[in-house]
Design a protein around this ligand. Structure first.
Ligand SMILES: *Cc1c(COP(=O)(O)O)cnc(C)c1O
Length: 351
């Protein structure tokens, strides 16, 4: 095998337990959208269902929900960004819980008898009912189909002040709901909101990123371990002559003879091209710098002073060379890098 991702489920379990303890033992909705942030949603969800007290799962689309059901997942599955008018029948057939954010979908849910959660836009400016709609929503508070109410934070990772105000605003509405109906689930926390200890009336935390061991903010207080390690192999080792260009654009030219290796891993596998000349991999315990541009299927690294031969293992990312560091160098967020690990990188699950 030339390119694979090892998914350490024991680390996922430890991250889960550390987060759960830190939330004050609120119930956890594990966010497994986008193939569980690239880790493999059926395996991740089945594992959490078997080995932890996870309460529910959240995905983005109906088809992600169907994939989980067909993979044997039993717990509730909340579909966060799929309007009901798209495919109401699938929600019923696969017991998926829609998040409702418009009156058209609300009508469909009430008519067809689909249990639902309501989403409020309390400052994200994305999905959800706006404050102007709140009065009209009070009509459904008593409905037995009304199972939960939620909102989402845009800046819980960096703006405490805004986030606390947003939370108070959400809470004011929640109190009105709870006067009429005490059985609804209430959730707003994402990973970055865990340290705020917003408790009072919240029943659940909705956690994605941190479960996979990536830090949602710089001073995140919970111990996390990166769950995924990505590996590849050297497919050629050679010493280039002086003045020899490496890769497309010849952006790197050897200044003397230089030993290099070709790694079977490129941007089509998930190693972002913007990391060209700006990332190091590990080979036989040594750090090796990327030389020149990252290609679609291959990357060239320096092997100066490193004992290495074709077939040797190459570590692209692990608990030391983390997605967080990669994201910082690539000018993006770890979420994007995890999601971009391509399907041709075989996932291997280790319990
Ligand atoms: C993706 C998502 C989450 C999870 O966010 P993390 O930062 O990964 O914990 C929670 N809620 C909603 C609405 C989301 O879209």
């Amino acid at each position: 095998m030339l390119r694979w991702a090892e998914v350490y489920l024991d680390r996922l379990k430890r991250n889960y337990e550390n987060l759960k303890r830190f939330t004050g033992h609120k119930r956890i909705i594990a966010v497994v959208k986008a193939n569980a942030y690239g880790h493999g949603s059926v395996k991740v969800a089945s594992f959490l269902e078997r080995k932890t007290d996870v309460d529910a799962f959240a995905v983005a689309t109906v088809f992600e929900g169907i994939e989980l059901r067909e993979g044997g997942v039993e717990k509730p599955i909340i579909v966060m960004s799929n309007p009901l008018f798209e495919n109401a029948r699938n929600f019923l057939e696969y017991r998926l819980t829609p998040v409702i954010f418009d009156f058209e979908s609300l009508g469909i849910a009430l008519e067809t008898g689909i249990p639902f959660h309501i989403k409020l836009d309390t400052g994200m400016g994305r999905l959800g009912f706006l404050p102007g709609d709140f009065q009209r929503l009070t009509e459904i508070f008593k409905s037995p189909l009304f199972k939960g109410i939620m909102s989402h934070f845009p800046v819980s990772d960096e703006d405490k002040c805004f986030t606390k105000e947003q939370f108070s605003f959400f809470l004011r509405f929640i109190k009105e709901v709870l006067k009429v109906n005490r059985n609804v689930a209430v959730h707003i926390d994402n990973s970055a909101a865990v340290p705020y200890h917003f408790d009072s009336l919240l029943t659940h935390s909705r956690i994605g990123l941190a479960l996979y061991g990536s830090k949602p903010s710089s001073n995140f207080p919970v111990k996390l371990e990166q769950v995924m390690e990505i590996k590849s192999r050297l497919i050629q080792v050679k010493t280039l002559p002086e003045g020899w260009g490496i890769s497309y654009g010849r952006t790197y030219v050897t200044s003397s003879r230089e030993k290099v290796g070709v790694v079977a891993f490129g941007y089509a596998d998930g190693l972002m091209r913007s990391l060209s000349g700006n990332w190091s991999v590990k080979i036989n315990g040594r750090k090796c710098s990327v030389r020149g541009r990252i290609c679609m299927d291959m990357t060239i690294v320096s092997l100066e002073g490193v004992k290495a031969s074709p077939g040797d293992e190459v570590i692209i990312t692990d608990r030391e060379l983390t997605f967080d560091k990669m994201a910082e160098k690539a000018g993006t967020i770890s979420y994007e890098i995890m999601c971009d690990v391509s399907p041709r990188v075989k996932r291997i699950f280790i319990e």
